[in-house]
Write a protein that binds this ligand. Sequence first.
Ligand code: NAD
Length: 253
Amino acid sequence: MGRLSGKVALITGAAGGQGAAAARRFVAEGAQVVVADVKDEEGKAFAEEIGAHYRHLDVSEEDDWTSAVAEVTDVYGPPNVLVNNAGVLHFSTLQDTKLADYMRIVQINQVGTFLGMRTVVPGMVEAGAGSIINVSSIEGLRAAPFLTAYTASKFAIRGMTKVAALELADKGVRVNSVHPGMIETGLLPTAFGGQPVDLSFASKKVPMKRVGQPAEIAELVVFLASDESSYCTGAEFVADGGVTAAHSLSSFG
Ligand SMILES: NC(=O)c1ccc[n+]([C@@H]2O[C@H](COP(=O)([O-])OP(=O)(O)OC[C@H]3O[C@@H](n4cnc5c(N)ncnc54)[C@H](O)[C@@H]3O)[C@@H](O)[C@H]2O)c1
């Protein structure tokens, strides 16, 4: 028996990066997985490769959530795991941040997480079981310049995770947040218009002297989805190579 046998998991933003790494591990641990994304071609091919089901889901769209959760229920039964992983990044100074850019980041990262939780919770409460994993960031714990919108959205995810956890704690539904440090995915290149980004500048600043890999975050997400984390709710799980252990006067590299 896999660690996730009996789990029906919906993972957003799972066509690539950390979502894809989690989806792969979930299938290996016996979960029935729905890979959801807006990148339909990549998502479908990936889902087929790992033996998952693909579903188009723009997390910022309320109606998409309703129909996606209905489809998961038709295909595998009601989801008892939700990984709110889809996210986007935008760099600009506070004074140069256009409202449209701010709202785009908040609509996907923050509103998407809210809509996802709100859509799956009734089914989880009815079943008396569920685990929701909200992917925040170290920017949900600490600040970085040029990331007003992203940081706002990731602090909001951390906060609403705790509200949901408290409301659902006696109903069998657990809600936790995950806070990755810098992980080697398409997130930064996408924010820079698709350009490759050399992450060696960041590696030097990490106490472990390297950025993280998507598979290292997937292990944490598997734990939180599984019954191994049965007493964990409303908590923050950090995987950042030691970055948030330091304050800004610390010197690394
Ligand atoms: N990579 C990092 O350094 C890092 C660090 C901390 C937190 N995170 C968070 O981890 C999560 C996963 O990011 P990643 O690093 O794998 O990035 P990624 O860009 O590789 O993957 C993000 C995925 O989300 C999808 N997506 C974007 N907008 C969407 C929408 N509206 N609806 C559905 N899907 C959408 C993209 O198509 C993509 O497949 C994000 O929430 C990100 O903020 C990443």
